[in-house]
Design a protein around this ligand. Sequence first.
Ligand SMILES: NC(=O)c1ccc[n+]([C@@H]2O[C@H](COP(=O)([O-])OP(=O)(O)OC[C@H]3O[C@@H](n4cnc5c(N)ncnc54)[C@H](OP(=O)(O)O)[C@@H]3O)[C@@H](O)[C@H]2O)c1
Length: 240
Amino acid sequence: MELTGKVALITGASRGIGESIAGRLATMGMQLVITGRDAERLEQVKEGLQMIGSQPHLIVADISDPATPGRLIGETIQTFGGIDVLVNNAGYAVSKPIEETNLEDWDYSIAVNARAPFFICKESIPHLRRSTCATIINISSVVGRLGYTQQGAYAASKHALMGFSKVLAREVQPLGIRVHTIAPGGVATEMVKTMRADLDVSKLIHPDEIADLVQFLLQHRGNGMIDNIDLRRFNGTPFA
Ligand SMILES: NC(=O)c1ccc[n+]([C@@H]2O[C@H](COP(=O)([O-])OP(=O)(O)OC[C@H]3O[C@@H](n4cnc5c(N)ncnc54)[C@H](OP(=O)(O)O)[C@@H]3O)[C@@H](O)[C@H]2O)c1
């Protein structure tokens, strides 16, 4: 699949996994829209991408704002005339036992991790259906399938993301849109410091390993279709 010049929107590109994915897609010659709340960090990411010949469009936006999904897709279409790839990567995690989880923790987790990607997907469908390589990749988590203590709101939001992704994949397959989920556990980013301070940092997955998977999913265009990729730490439990 020739991806040079194709347009990708990546949420949560100001750091961590999203920054790695942006770097990889830029190396592949794709045109990028990068977004997050932290304008300063996004500018730094943009400068890094410019050094490898990319001219990304930057949108500073909070995806917990219900108006943001429409704005992200609208600005992407306005800037590049279309969209080929959507990577819903932005995420928020709070580490608390359920007994201490408050309404704000719950609502914000659901808003960022489930509601926003749901509506960004919805807004993207009319445009993606016109692409020859239409792909949505939703970054889930091992807790989109399992339940870890202290991660009630986070796990619920990632289960919701997995749930609607399964429905979406069936609804848009007839339109030629491929939907994938990637469900990692223990990636070396700022988020893991909050959620799993107990883990040995030297054994965590590198964010570039998620970018490897995104690249593979985009380039793999055979008759086979990968719905979901679970990626665990090598020192974690196999087939857990
Ligand atoms: N690290 C792990 O071990 C791990 C494991 C499984 C799944 N994941 C998933 O991987 C994805 C990326 O996480 P990460 O590890 O790279 O975490 P991270 O370093 O904390 O990055 C999170 C990204 O999401 C953005 N974001 C958070 N809240 C936002 C909001 N309200 N509006 C817009 N953007 C927002 C942040 O940008 P701003 O701060 O600029 O807004 C940042 O770019 C998430 O979906 C996460 O759940 C991570």
